[in-house]
Design a protein around this ligand. Structure first.
Ligand SMILES: Nc1ncnc2c1ncn2[C@@H]1O[C@H](COP(=O)(O)OP(=O)(O)OP(=O)(O)O)[C@@H](O)[C@H]1O
Length: 896
């Protein structure tokens, strides 16, 4: 049995545009059994900003790019194999239909059909199975049917035309010329060169308005002055996605994919790879360049005006000047952006702030600065001072240090072609979030003109180095990185040391964490590299930098530094980390930061006033039940922090069995999975993230309602950061700590360090706990039985593999034992099934009485928490005994 497929498409031309995306989607696949497909067969290009219609055809297709030459059209019955034919071969010009449909059928005829083998019975079991075969039934007017062969077994696929088509009367598309623009427009194509550079409806509308205005002006005063023309050309260039040859490369990336995504698309996307790809594409697409289009447009005009006799001279003068790539390129003059009238609160603290940043802030709804921003900007943006900043979690520190960098970029007269900002973050997720946040603010400026594109890249572990190399090559303006990955890239010579050493802005976010002794060796190396005046052999040997990696020739420019955290000890002599006292002085000495402004807007207890804090005393064995109770009783986006990855691995399957939407997050997970889980958590309003402290700092996920500390955190700083994932940006939130008797000393220390007498006892409805316990215990039993089955089958397969490797006949030696084991496994499996049935039956019933409020922060609960007079330690019932025991133990130890 055989089916037909067109010959593989020719490799597309190098200069591919948006229309080609559609084309490649519609191009026939070359794999066996694959067939010509409609554009819908392949996913649309990620974030393509143009709705190029109709999807199944394209300008490039019409031109014949990538289209196989018609061949093998004749009858091949001689071969004895089936051949797909199309009834559209017999053209019928009598009736009229849309040119689009006609073109499609024309295409089918045009593809060079060839035979490929299909395994007997795999596809052609009946006409019913043909539905969607090759996606051709998507084409209006084509049916896919099978036909018995005359006189022999087997079936034949036939594409049957069900409508008549009038061939396109206008100029026929040829491989060389394609359809003319008029024809393309009639068919509903959007010319790729008119595609706007953004899918943001606001920007699209504004650019369209400006375009209309400009056209009207051009028509009115046509010919008067070249300035207008060059403006117009500039604008067209601005709106062009990839009209010059430099952009041809976009389509030719390693994956063969064309990426036409939003310039700000470093967002967490479905696939990490895609996300990075899109970032790559963006970066490659838009390096700051001389606007050659505008130049050549006006030069062409000049040449056209020249006297014929002087044609040669005119054409010589029309040659564009050779461009020195290192020469500064001026930024276009931009009009004042609209919609920034209500932003005076910002200009009050930073009068010179670039209006395009105000526009970005206004678009985000940030009409006034937060306290840390209001106090940082005068020093950082107006006076260009170093700033050491401390402010509560969720109080907007990212923009406090980000705005001065963005302002520098937006206010430069010339196009900047090198990195100006380096932001270091302790975790990958936080680094990506910082990049996204900065991009969101600079977006209107970035899209105001092609030359204004601000390129922010993220360099973190977990992504392929190849992709990160491509990002580095994309002329980034701001690099947001984790120290480890940045150092790797420097050490291996992939990132030029000068890029890092000469940045005029350097940010250390979560600085206290970053500077923990021994935690970030790479950071110490980086700081050493950045703070040394000159490259010396001593320095190089100290930090083991490959000489090729760091080409430091000159001392760094004056650099502005930002050192930020929610838990920086700006006042008071010291702060402690795991028993070690660290002074701020020591911290700043490491950074070689001698002069700086301190901005500290943290309250005495370091947590935000919108945070309601409570605790639950319970013995370790009861923690699971209490957790289950809280998660079920009060649904809402909840982040559960645990102290060990083992706890995550234990809790996630149990809570999943109990039908809770739980997602794990810890450092041993693959980066792709980490991103996916964060995405899922952020998308599910009742989502539950069970995380290690990798999620404790900086993560800004909207509307996290509750944070639960399953175990008492090791330090008060950690408690502050964990709790700070809720109650962000003026929202309210609840943090609950589950305290086991053994954890009381750690808990007390935290309270002490944060100036809290104690936390309020969270009210538990004990009458329901029995039922919660019953359900949880069922889940535990299922888990344990499943574990036994899984372990057994794992052991078996290991044994089998080992036996195979040793060429031992397992069956013969172990058959008796196998039988016993097999019975055991069946018993376990049966038990799992019946336990599951039991659990499902109880889960179908609700525990809470009808009408019980499920709102966590319902007023009476908040009231109860606030008014509780819990001045003594919470575990009042257990504290005394616990303390006594502990004391006795201590005393006994001291005795000789
Ligand atoms: N001026 C503003 N007005 C309103 N919201 C703002 C403003 N500035 C920032 N935000 C929002 O506040 C939230 C918290 O900001 P950000 O992540 O910078 O906080 P942070 O202080 O760095 O927190 P953390 O210490 O946890 O890292 C973000 O969602 C951000 O978009």
């Amino acid at each position: 049995m055989a089916a037909a497929t067109p010959a593989p498409a020719k490799k597309g031309a190098k200069k591919r545009k948006i229309a080609d995306v559609q084309d490649s989607a519609a191009a026939p696949a070359s794999a066996a059994n694959s067939t010509p497909s409609d554009a819908s067969d392949k996913p649309a290009p990620k974030k393509a900003r143009v709705d190029a219609k109709p999807a199944a055809t394209s300008k490039a297709k019409a031109k014949g790019k990538g289209k196989p030459k018609p061949k093998g059209k004749g009858n091949n019955s001689k071969t004895g194999k089936a051949r797909a034919t199309t009834a559209a071969d017999a053209s019928d010009a009598s009736s009229t239909t849309s040119t689009e449909e006609a073109l499609m059928l024309d295409e089918i005829n045009g593809w060079g059909w060839k035979e490929v083998a299909i395994p007997e019975g795999a596809l052609l079991t009946g006409a019913d199975d043909m539905g969607g075969f090759m996606c051709l039934e998507e084409l209006s007017g084509v049916d896919v049917v099978t036909k018995e062969y005359a006189g022999r077994a087997g079936k034949q696929i036939v594409f049957k035309k069900t409508k008549s088509f009038k061939p396109v009367k206008s100029k026929e598309a040829t491989l060389e010329e394609g359809l003319d623009d008029e024809m393309m427009a009639k068919m509903g194509f959007v010319h790729v060169d008119t595609v706007l550079p953004d899918d943001d409806p606001e920007v699209v509308k504004r650019l369209a308005r400006e375009d209309a205005k400009r056209r009207a002006m051009e028509q009115q005063g046509s010919g008067d002055g070249s300035g207008d023309e060059s403006d117009a050309a500039d604008h067209v260039a601005d709106m062009t996605l990839d009209s010059d040859s430099e952009h041809g490369d976009v389509s030719d990336d390693a994956d063969g994919d064309v990426h036409m995504s939003d310039a700000n698309s470093d967002n967490v996307d479905e696939e990490v790879d895609e996300e990075e790809d899109s970032d790559d594409a963006d970066s490659v697409r838009d390096p700051p360049t001389v606007d050659a289009d505008a130049d050549s447009a006006s030069n062409d005009e000049d040449a056209a005006d020249a006297d014929d006799d002087d044609a040669e001279a005119a054409s010589a003068s029309a040659q564009p000047e050779p461009v020195d790539p290192s020469a500064p390129v001026s930024r276009p003059e931009l009009p004042e952006p609209e919609g920034i009238d209500g932003m005076s609160a910002w200009t009050k603290v930073a009068p010179t702030i670039n209006p395009w940043l105000l526009k970005g802030l206004a678009d985000l709804g940030f009409t006034e600065p937060t306290a840390i921003q209001a106090q940082t900007l005068p020093a950082a943006l107006m006076k260009r001072q170093n700033v050491v900043g401390a402010a509560e979690t969720g109080s907007g520190k990212t923009l406090a240090f980000g705005l001065p960098i963005l302002d520098y970029l937006a206010s430069s007269d010339v196009v900047i072609k090198h990195p100006v900002g380096l932001v270091l973050s302790p975790t990958r997720e936080l680094a990506m979030q910082i990049s996204d946040h900065l991009r969101a603010v600079i977006k209107p400026f970035s899209y105001s003109h092609k030359l204004n594109r601000v390129n922010i890249i993220t360099l973190v572990g977990g992504f392929s180095e190849e992709k990160q190399r491509r990002l580095i090559a994309s002329s980034p303006h701001i690099i947001v990185a984790t120290p480890g990955r940045l150092w790797d890239l420097l050490e291996s010579g992939q990132l030029d040391g000068d890029h890092v050493r000469n940045v005029p802005f350097f940010v250390l976010d979560e600085a206290d964490k970053m500077l923990e002794k021994g935690k970030f060796k790479e950071l110490e190396n980086l700081i050493g590299m950045m703070t040394k005046e000159e490259s010396t052999t001593e320095w190089q040997s100290n930090f083991k930098v490959l000489p090729s990696a760091v080409k430091v020739q000159k001392p760094p420019r004056k650099r502005q530094m930002f050192v930020f955290s929610a838990t920086l000890p700006t006042s008071g002599p010291t702060y402690s980390f795991r028993g070690k006292e660290i002074t701020l002085k020591l911290l700043l000495k490491k950074l070689n930061l001698k002069t700086f402004e301190t901005v500290d807007v943290t309250g005495s207890n370091k947590t935000t006033s919108n945070l309601i804090e409570a605790k639950i005393d319970c013995v370790p064995e009861e923690k699971d039940i209490h957790l289950y109770y809280l998660l079920t009783r009060y649904p809402g986006r909840t982040l559960v922090f645990v102290n060990s990855i083992a706890s995550i691995r234990r809790l996630v399957p149990l809570l999943s069995l109990l039908r809770l939407p739980v997602y794990p997050l810890h450092a041993q997970m693959q980066q792709r999975q980490r991103m996916k889980n964060l995405e899922r958590f952020a998308a599910n309003e009742n989502g539950i993230l069970i995380a290690s402290d990798v999620a404790s700092r900086g993560l800004d996920i909207k509307n996290i309602e509750h944070v639960i500390h399953y175990q008492v955190p090791m330090t008060s700083d950690l408690y502050v950061h964990r709790s700070g994932r809720t109650a962000r940006a003026n929202a309210s939130g609840l943090s609950i700590v589950l305290v086991a008797p053994k954890e009381l000393p750690a808990y007390r220390k935290i309270c002490d360090q944060l100036d809290k007498t104690s936390l309020k006892e969270f009210p538990i409805e004990h009458q329901y706990m029995r039922e919660f316990r019953k359900r949880f215990n069922l889940a535990r039993r299922i888990e344990s039985a499943e574990h036994t089955v899984a372990k057994k089958s794992h052991d078996d397969s290991w044994l089998k593999r080992a036996a195979e490797a040793l060429e031992v006949d397992l069956e013969a030696n172990d058959s008796d034992e196998d039988e016993g084991e097999r019975r055991k496994r069946i018993r376990h499996e049966t038990m799992v099934d019946s336990l599951k049935a039991e659990l499902n039956a109880v889960l179908d019933k609700t525990i809470l009485p009808k009408g019980a409020s499920k709102k966590y922060l319902r007023p009476e609960l908040a009231q109860a928490l606030n008014s509780a007079t819990n001045s003594v330690m919470p575990a009042s019932s257990t504290t005394a005994t616990y303390d006594l025991k502990a004391l006795r133990k201590k005393l006994t130890k001291k005795l000789p």
